[in-house]
Design a protein around this ligand. Sequence first.
Ligand SMILES: O=C(O)C/C=C\CC(=O)C(=O)O
Length: 270
Amino acid sequence: MRIIRFRDPQGRIRYGEPAGEGRARVLAGEAPWALEPTGEEAEVARVLAPLAPVNIFGIGLNYRDHAAETGMPAPENPVLFMKPTTTVIGPGDAILLPAACEHGPEVDYEVELAVVIGRAARDVPAERALEHVLGYTVANDVSARRWQKHGGAGQWVRGKSFDTFCPLGPVLVTADELGDPQRLRLRTVRNGETLQDGSTADMIFGVRELVAFLSRDTTLLPGTVILTGTPAGVGFTRTPPIFLAPGDEITVEVEGIGALSNPVVAAGGG
Ligand SMILES: O=C(O)C/C=C\CC(=O)C(=O)O
């Protein structure tokens, strides 16, 4: 099933299946892992992020070509960080370039396959990990590189945590519908130019291993989102570097799920 979360013309937030031409077949329920068909259709006024995550785990350096372009060795264990839920925005919402990025352009893009947990997971072996995955969506792990690498905190969280730094969407595709998560093409396009073009087959730690790793002695609640890392082509490793600028349109897409586009706006507008 393909699930959207949307605002209807009356301002209500609802779930549904896209029915074409700005319409959805309404699904009743409070969360994407507990939805029932209603037989009703509704107009979609605005598509939102497909869920409001309870937690967001990010995995760094999880593609060999990306680790290599950063000059880092392939990690022995997943490199873990977290993004606050306040980073989440939906399709078409503006990515705000933070006023805190006052030393010049530094805000980068990262296309990622996002895993949505639908059944609580704790101490789950890799062979059973996909039983806890409700489905997948697309994420842009927006990252302020100066704050990430030289922010003085010794870890990446600051640079990954500014408001609007986690666009999600446009749909959540259930695991049964998407099939094997390790054979999907993923791309980033900025203003019509392709900047990342990779495959989830190149992940160092696949979805099964990530769920098993993260769930060790740790409960992954339904609604947990795991950003599974990004392939090569990010902006800061390029010569000259490419960073997001006001007026840009940045699109991240994953095969079988869809394309997620967001305009880029300077803090305070423009
Ligand atoms: O150069 C480094 O230390 C790592 C830089 C970027 C990696 C990253 O943000 C990721 O998500 O992967």
